[in-house]
Design a protein around this ligand. Sequence first.
Ligand SMILES: Cc1cc2nc3c(=O)[nH]c(=O)nc-3n(C[C@H](O)[C@H](O)[C@H](O)COP(=O)(O)O)c2cc1C
Length: 361
Amino acid sequence: MPYDHLFSPLSAPGLELPHRIALAPLTRNRAVGTVPAEINAEYYGQRATAAITISEGSSPAGVGHGYLDIAGVHTDEQQAGWKHVADRVHAEGGRLWVQLMHCGRVAHPRFTDGVTPVAPSSVLAQGEVWTPEGQTPFVVPRAFETDELEGLKQDYVQAAERIVAAGGDGIELHAANGYLLHQFLGTNTNTRTDGYGTDAAGRVRFVVEVAKATAEAIGAEKVGIRISPEHPFNDMQDEGWEETYDLLLRELAPIGLAYLHVLEPAPDEALPKTRFARERWTGTLIGNRGFGEAYDYARADELIADGTLDLIAVGRDFLANPDLPERLKQGAELNTPDEDTFYSRGPEGYTDYPTLAQSQA
Ligand SMILES: Cc1cc2nc3c(=O)[nH]c(=O)nc-3n(C[C@H](O)[C@H](O)[C@H](O)COP(=O)(O)O)c2cc1C
């Protein structure tokens, strides 16, 4: 069999997995009105042969929405929608982990019922966001007051509890790609002087608190975290990233999280961020090429064989190939992802990519 290591099972705390190929979190803007529905259950059910079916970034708070029709995890209706999705993924034999993505400063009043976005500091992100009315600049966020941070932490805790109540298998804290938790870690986005900024110890503090609080609430083996050191997406800067992420990983390690998920922002053969993480993380490590070239699966197989990674998360190839593991196992051709429908509406480019069997029929 090709890719022997990609297709070896994994047994780790919180993770009993048949192979090593996870679905990467993918925003698809198809949760109409922020509530997952049948079309979303169908999409995730189609991708339930992933080792872990990680969901689209989903907001733990109303003020955390930064895109049209991304799912939320803060109302009873959304929770019921996630139950529908979890039930479908389980019926197909899979495991659903929901990514909690609070957009922070890159949220937009168009998607927050007019509420001004909140962030670690009042620093405008350069760039624009798509709205139904056209491209619109980001807005200047309001900085959280220190006494609001407990409430923000509770937003994550309650969202995690909602996912477990909905039958979800776990949550992934999105601390990557310039969203709220990354904004606490970043040097350009965090100018706080209240103990939650200033230096590496201050910048990692809130992220560690959220990881601890969610782990205490639902069990550490149900919580994963995604990071992207030095990823410039969403106008981020991580100056002196080694110091920040060294401390972050040392403080996260004792919590016993299910996994660490690392995006390698400018992937090259050396994989410096992935290796940096591996040296500091004895638990399960998921790698992803972070908007770079799609995975070379033979290379991924080697990285699992030599212990650099435990799993890979695959975005675009999985988006276009609902049965990606089966196709890789058979050495079959892959469907090509259609970028025009990544963030569009309805089933086209969402639930209508054929499986191998359907293509052959
Ligand atoms: C359409 C699309 C939506 C994405 N949405 C998210 C998201 O919600 N959360 C996240 O952490 N990353 C998101 N990403 C990044 C992917 O998880 C992944 O890091 C990226 O696609 C690179 O992996 P790939 O080369 O396998 O596609 C998105 C990427 C794409 C293409």
